[in-house]
Write a protein of this length. Structure first.
Length: 99
């Protein structure tokens, strides 16, 4: 069965007095996850806005990624494919097709 989906990420950045804030919204078509990130420029450092954008954006997307992983973990556990018991090399029954 072949499936094709498109998920969209919208990222808003704002900067004020050396503090950059980011909000990342992942829209899956059936739901949305929102992540936040902040970066602050040390007063002793040269203010390079691009670095603040990159740090805040990556932190917001990391927040979304964590939420997405928690949702997947919860859904896998709901169908009996949660963490296995005992020492194993892969923590979940869901297989990684790249390995």
């Amino acid at each position: 069965m072949t499936r094709t989906h498109e998920w969209n990420v919208h990222l808003d950045l704002s900067e004020d007095n050396g503090t950059t804030k980011a909000e990342a919204v992942l829209d899956t078509g059936s739901g949305k996850l929102t992540g936040h990130g902040v970066a602050r420029c040390n007063p002793q450092d040269v203010d390079i806005p691009t670095i603040g954008d990159e740090l805040a954006a990556s932190r917001a997307m990391k927040d979304v990624a964590g939420q997405l992983m928690r949702a997947a973990d919860h859904e896998m556990e709901a169908v009996g494919a949660g963490p296995a018991k005992g020492p194993i090399s892969k923590p979940y029954a869901w297989t990684d097709v790249t390995s």
